[in-house]
Design a protein around this ligand. Sequence first.
Ligand code: AMP
Length: 178
Amino acid sequence: MSQTTATPQEIEHAIRNIPDFPKPGIQFKDITPVLADARLFSGAIDLLTERFKPGSVDAVVGIDARGFIFAAAAAVKLRAGFVPVRKKGKLPHQTIEQDYALEYGSATVAMHVDALKPGARVVLIDDLLATGGTSAAAAALVKKLGANILEIGFLIELKFLNGREKLKGWPVRSIIAY
Ligand code: AMP
């Protein structure tokens, strides 16, 4: 491990809790103080990638939008490509799409149809696992393209929302759990 590595506890201390954002009853986990601290940011990437050797992963798939930050840095560290899963309507080329349920209504995520080769070794990363709807939809897109998910990684997991239930069958890992 490099000298810059941080512990999960140090990263947790830097996460800022914002009550009632973006709406009443939600406690938003603000990860920007982690990103702004060079040691904590690189430590978070070390922790998210520690199970994999550089060259053993073909692509890191990141989820719109905060997931991009961690997934792109992880991809560079693992010498892997980076693939974005975006909200519907944002990607310019032909896409595959997956709907998922929200508390009220539904949402759709999309990925470029040629973003992953069949059999590609993929790590999926987002900043936070809440109900699991977003990451389960992203995982379904990866599966549709025939790629293999080695791990679904999160910096933060809100355990009381049981998001792992929606990710059954995939190896799920989080660095910090509430
Ligand atoms: P879910 O689909 O319920 O697992 O929600 C996960 C997505 O919503 C992630 O991309 C998170 O960035 C975001 N999210 C959900 N809840 C929170 C929270 N309390 N604080 C920060 N981001 C959240």
